[in-house]
Write a protein that binds this ligand. Sequence first.
Ligand SMILES: [Zn+2]
Ligand SMILES: [Zn+2]
Length: 152
Amino acid sequence: MTKEEFINHNCKHCGYLCKNRKALGIHLRLKHNSNLQEYILKFYLYDKWPECACGCGKKVEWHKCRNQFNKFINGHNSIVSEAGFGNRPYYLTPEQEKKKASAVKKAYQKNGELIKEKISNGVKNAWKDSKYREKMNNRNNKRRINNNKNKG
Ligand SMILES: [Zn+2]
Ligand SMILES: [Zn+2]
């Protein structure tokens, strides 16, 4: 979205044709008492301030000279390539990536089954428990009823 250059862009407020990003910025300021930042936020980001692309969850700054949102917080750009958080870590060959992907998949499947097992056992135990409790309650109730009958 921040790549949007607004070439021959129709203003979303009034439909006015703007030649480029700069023209749109000027138009917004003159005609709508607004600016590109507000415009992008409102129409492209649904009023949600964009966050750093490294995934840290922090809000990026508006780049005044470029008239667009920064993609990263200062310095986080390099963290991404160093830690390999990007889409494609530079130090893995395609072969290595394949291996890594399948290893992750296997680990996930294994864990997934374990988790499923744990959950079903937990459910069984809880079920047994509640049935047992129910029985005990019924017995107690019967006893109470019998006691009452004996009293009366
Ligand atoms: Zn307009
Ligand atoms: Zn970040």
